[in-house]
Design a binder for this molecule. Structure first.
Ligand code: KIV
Length: 263
């Protein structure tokens, strides 16, 4: 069973952390059995499971349902659940209540986007309450409307300096892992070398302590668009379409069900 301690020991080692997003029990059990260290119940479910354009409509209740399913399926991996849009911003009390729902659903920890002053104070209190928190910097999808789209962050000196400073603030507040999304490789390297907690990259180059992809992207299930940082390891959308066409043809031609499938 992978714990946060296992992942912390991978910091700066050649033994990289392998992470994927998961949203349901079957996929989670396959990923976990295949040796994926970390499963993130990502609010990317808004895009890939629910068909929204952004992660903003995802609620704490949706996160709870999917976290329970992933926890039922994954027996060996560390499970993190995203704190969805605005779940951390009403008050410290509300944030802790929301995180508690995700922990009770089976997550080992939660992930929070950003490092604003209020967010840092919330993380501080969460950590004090015993909650394992991960940070997320660079392109933070819940702020897509502020960024004006899926835009690489940290390209200017000022923006890069701010991200490094935010990473240090998050480390000081007690986060256990830091996700870096869509930042230049050299910036991710600098951050990885400047903090003592593991970094997990998505579109952040090869120097992070681990890598994550949205599983529907990596498996070729989500094909609406393909970000530059995605590598597809399967073509499940095509495989499913072919399987359904064969099923349809068998029924149409009276091939299925056969004697073998009948009582
Ligand atoms: O929701 C998600 O899938 C994420 C990853 C992109 C890191 O936050």
């Amino acid at each position: 069973m992978i714990s946060i301690k296992t992942l912390q020991e991978r910091k700066n080692s050649s033994d990289k952390i392998v992470a994927l997003t998961a949203y349901d029990a079957i996929m989670a059990s396959i990923f976990s059995e295949a040796g994926v260290d970390l499963l993130l119940v990502g609010d990317s479910m808004g895009n890939v499971v629910y068909g929204f354009d952004t992660t903003i409509p995802v609620t704490v209740e949706m996160m709870e349902y999917h976290t329970r399913a992933v926890a039922n399926g994954a027996k060996n991996s560390l499970i993190l659940a995203d704190m969805p849009f605005a779940a951390c911003h009403e008050s410290v009390g509300e944030a802790i209540k929301n995180a508690t729902k995700l922990l009770r659903a089976g997550a080992h920890g939660v992930k929070v986007e950003g490092a604003g002053d209020f967010t840092i104070s919330v993380i501080d209190r969460m950590v004090e309450a015993g909650i394992m928190v991960s940070g997320h910097l660079g392109f933070t999808p819940q702020q897509i409307n502020r960024f004006g789209g899926n835009v690489v962050q940290g390209r200017t000196d000022e923006s890069a300096t701010n991200i490094v400073s935010d990473a240090k603030k998050l480390e000081k507040a007690g986060v256990s892992l830091l996700f870096l999304e869509m930042v230049p490789e050299e910036l991710a390297k600098k951050i990885t070398e400047s903090i003592s907690i593991p970094t997990i990259g998505i579109g952040a180059g090869k120097y992070c302590d681990g890598q994550i992809l949205v599983s529907y992207d990596a498996l070729g299930l989500f094909t609406k668009f393909k970000p530059k940082f995605v590598k597809r390891y399967a073509s499940l959308a095509d495989d499913i379409r072919d399987a359904v066409l064969s099923y349809k043809e068998d029924i149409t031609k009276g091939i299925f069900p056969s004697n073998e499938n009948s009582f």
